[in-house]
Each structure stands twice: as C-alpha cells, then as structure tokens.
Design a protein around this ligand. Sequence first.
Ligand SMILES: Cc1cc2nc3c(=O)[nH]c(=O)nc-3n(C[C@H](O)[C@H](O)[C@H](O)COP(=O)(O)OP(=O)(O)OC[C@H]3O[C@@H](n4cnc5c(N)ncnc54)[C@H](O)[C@@H]3O)c2cc1C
Ligand code: SF4
Ligand code: SF4
Length: 447
Amino acid sequence: MEKPQKLKKPRGKASLIPGKCIACGARCQSVCPVEAIDMNEKGEPVILTDKCIGCQKCVKVCPVEALEMFFTPEELEILKKLEKEKGAGEPEEEAESEEDRELKNFLARYRGVWVFIEQTDCTPEKVSWELLGVGARLAGALEVELCAVVLGHNVERLCHEAFTYGASKAYLVDDPILKNYRTAPYLAAFCSLVEKYRPEIVLMGATGLGRDLAGAVATRLRTGLTADCTGLDINEKRQLLQTRPAFGGNIMATILCEGRRPQMASVRPHVMPMPVKKEDAAGEIIREKLTMKEKDVFTKVLQVISDAGRMDSVDIGGAEFIVSGGRGMMAKENFKILQELADELGGVVASSRSAVDAGWMPVERQVGQTGKTVRPKIYIACGISGAIQHLVGMQDSDLIIAINRDREAPIFEVATYGIVGDLFRIVPAITAHIRQMKTRRGTPKVC
Ligand SMILES: Cc1cc2nc3c(=O)[nH]c(=O)nc-3n(C[C@H](O)[C@H](O)[C@H](O)COP(=O)(O)OP(=O)(O)OC[C@H]3O[C@@H](n4cnc5c(N)ncnc54)[C@H](O)[C@@H]3O)c2cc1C
Ligand code: SF4
Ligand code: SF4
C-alpha cells in the first residue's frame, strides 16, 4: 500500500492589521530577507505577497504587533490536520539541521557586554560612561556581566572609575606602547582580549578614535559593526537590535548581526544619558599583557599638538545651553544676536548645516547627522526648519525652544515651546528680558 504523503506545514503570508502601525521607522522592512515589504508615504508597510516567504521576521520585530500571518482557508485546513496529527504523536517540527546546531553552539560561546573606555593621557571620554549606562541595561536583559576594556599606559585608575559607572569587571592592558593611540597596537590588544574572553556585545564611542578602532577590530574579527547607533536593545533571541538613521536620515533602520560574534556597535557622544555614579562601587581587574613589540609598530608619534586652547574652539557637544541658527539668520553678521543671547545664558552658538554651507558658521558648530549630536538642557532653534538630518542631532535635548515664522515648520513637532514669528524681533526681546531680570535680581532692596 502507498504511504500517504506527509503534509507540508503552510507558512502563510505577512499581513498588516489596519490601524495598528505607528510608523516606527520601517523596522519590519529592515528585517525582511527577501525585500517583500515596501513602505507607503505614511511610513506603513505594504506587503508584496508574491515575494513573501512567510518567515515571520517582520511579525516578530514589530513593536506594536501590527503584523500577523495570514493563511488561506485551505492552509488553515492543513494546519488543523497537522495539529490533530501532532496530538496523535507525530513530531511537530523538522529536526534541527547540523548547520543550525553549529551556529547555536558558536553563539553560546560568547557571553558578556563590553564597553571600550576611551582615554587620552588618562583623561576618559565621557561617551565611555554613557555607554556603560546603556551597556548595563543590555547586560541586565541578557543576565550577563558588564565589563570595561581599558587600554593605555598608567591607566589603571580608569578601571576603578568604570566600576563607579556600572562595570563589574575591567580588562586592563597597560603598556608604554599604548600611551598614544595608534591603530596597530590597540587593535592587537583589543582583538587578543576578544579572542580569549569572547564577549557577545562590544560598544565603542563614535569619536574619531572610536570609529578608527571599531572598524579595524570588526574587520580583523570578521564580524558586523553598526556605526552611529541611536538606539540599542535586545530581542528574545539575545540579539542586539542596533537602530540608526539610514538613507539620509529618512528612515530608522534596525540592524542585526545574526551569525557572527561579537556584535559591535558605535554610539556618538551625548546620544545616551549619563548613568548615575556610585562612588563606592568596586569590581575585578583582569590584567593582560600586550604581545606586540614597539619594533612591530610602523606608526611613530613624533609630537602631540592639542587644539584645545584655540580661540574659536568651542565644544558644542558638552554645552548645557545652545542657541542655534539656520538659514533663517540670512547672514553671518546676524549670528551676533544669537551670541548675545548665548552669553546671557552662559551657553554657546551652534547652527544647522545650511548655515555652515553658506559659510556663516564653522563646521565644528554644525548640529545633526553629519555634524555633532548635542543634548543640552536648553536648545533654542532660530530660523531652522527642522529637517530630519538636523533633528537627529538635537531631539534628545531636555527642552527645545523653536523660533520660526513658518507655523508649519517640522521643528515645532519636536519643540517643547514654539514661537511663531520673526526671529530678528523675538531673539533680541528675549535677551533684553533676561538682562532686565538679572538687573532686577542683582539690585539690592532699598528698605
Ligand atoms: C546626507 C545629508 C546630511 C545632512 N546633515 C545635516 C546635518 O548634520 N545638520 C543639518 O542641520 N542639516 C543636515 N542636512 C541638511 C538638511 O537636510 C537641511 O537642508 C538643513 O538642515 C536645513 O537647514 P535650515 O533649517 O537652516 O534651513 P531651511 O530648511 O532653509 O530653513 C530655514 C527656516 O528659517 C525660517 N525663517 C526664515 N526667516 C525667518 C525669520 N526671520 N524668523 C523666523 N524664522 C525664519 C524659515 O521659515 C525656515 O523654516 C543634511 C542633508 C543630507 C542630505
Ligand atoms: S514574513 Fe518574512 S518574507 Fe514575509 S514580509 Fe515578513 S519578513 Fe518578509
Ligand atoms: S514594524 Fe510595525 S509599527 Fe513599525 S512600520 Fe512595521 S508595521 Fe509599522
């Protein structure tokens, strides 16, 4: 008698549940392996059912369960039959393939979240502490250790400082060769630590040094690196969800590194909040030796020239109050009114890219995707329309005040307070008002 043919489990097609999508930035589209999702002008997915292979990745990644699997009546019938057979003792799923098992074993060998502590002459970059903050959240979700990686010369004190910001362990390579940053010895030190201790996640600051080292490490270890992430999270498969702007900032892409370890991400300064410092926190220091010798390093540092004292050098990234101008300022000399307001607030002047392109402001003052990311207490945007490439650099400011004569300008969507009107009247009026308040407060009471 002929053996009855085994029923194949239907996979279905993805389908959007009307009214549920919140246009999160096309997470569903970014995970689809077969380009079966287009996005419409509202930022909602359009499923191309002829291309969909029913892998369910989009359904799983959607943060609001706006996608579900759709089955035809015939497929539903087969599913019902399979369900019955399962009840009768049939094995439900095909056995795990050899390839899947190998991948699982490989991934299981990597554990822990590492943060690279960047320093120059033992002065740490603040972004390293910001990364320990987000690293602690990721390590908590994965139930693993949060570790700091400290490379340099006479830098042990940074291990102790890392403990105060949440690390429970620090890997230290302290060697004169590592005194000044050079790619080759830092790369050798970092990769040997990774190869020995196998972390599953590595985070670095997207600074000049961090970008150089992260790219070199990822290339040497043949793993993935997502640069300039604005969001980091963990999914149910222990994978790092790395979100960053893509396609010129028009969409937010969430990127996964499925088959390689460690998962590497870089994050710009001021994107993540600073963690609370716990002065009495302690941890374990693991000391490792650098195997590289000076004669093997082809780059020599002859002199270090700092630009910190330059007259026009201003760190907009660290400023608490920023008054920022855009194309609406109309001319370079008009930035004087922003400087006056900034002086009253004890802040600095920044700008949009249009103002930089026009030659009104230096590039170091540019806020946005191709400029700096800032997170001040107050950001005052004057004559800036609010293009997405500008918003990604300032939208996490504690308080945003926007002054624009166009009430429809997108900057008002992220503003805490919006003032519709002519900035050339409003900005001097605010400055005058602050001066008045200061004078009143400074005048002693006559009894
Ligand atoms: C790949 C890429 C990267 C980019 N990176 C950046 C970046 O890092 N940073 C950045 O800023 N941009 C960036 N841009 C450019 C960005 O797309 C916008 O073109 C730019 O931000 C617009 O600058 P703006 O708002 O100053 O100028 P506009 O868009 O021209 O806006 C000027 C605003 O001023 C208002 N205005 C005019 N006169 C007055 C007045 N008297 N009073 C009040 N309001 C007035 C107008 O209503 C208008 O809203 C990038 C673009 C691309 C493609
Ligand atoms: S189910 Fe898989 S193949 Fe189909 S649209 Fe979603 S991600 Fe793409
Ligand atoms: S992941 Fe969900 S919320 Fe985001 S765009 Fe897709 S359907 Fe909409």
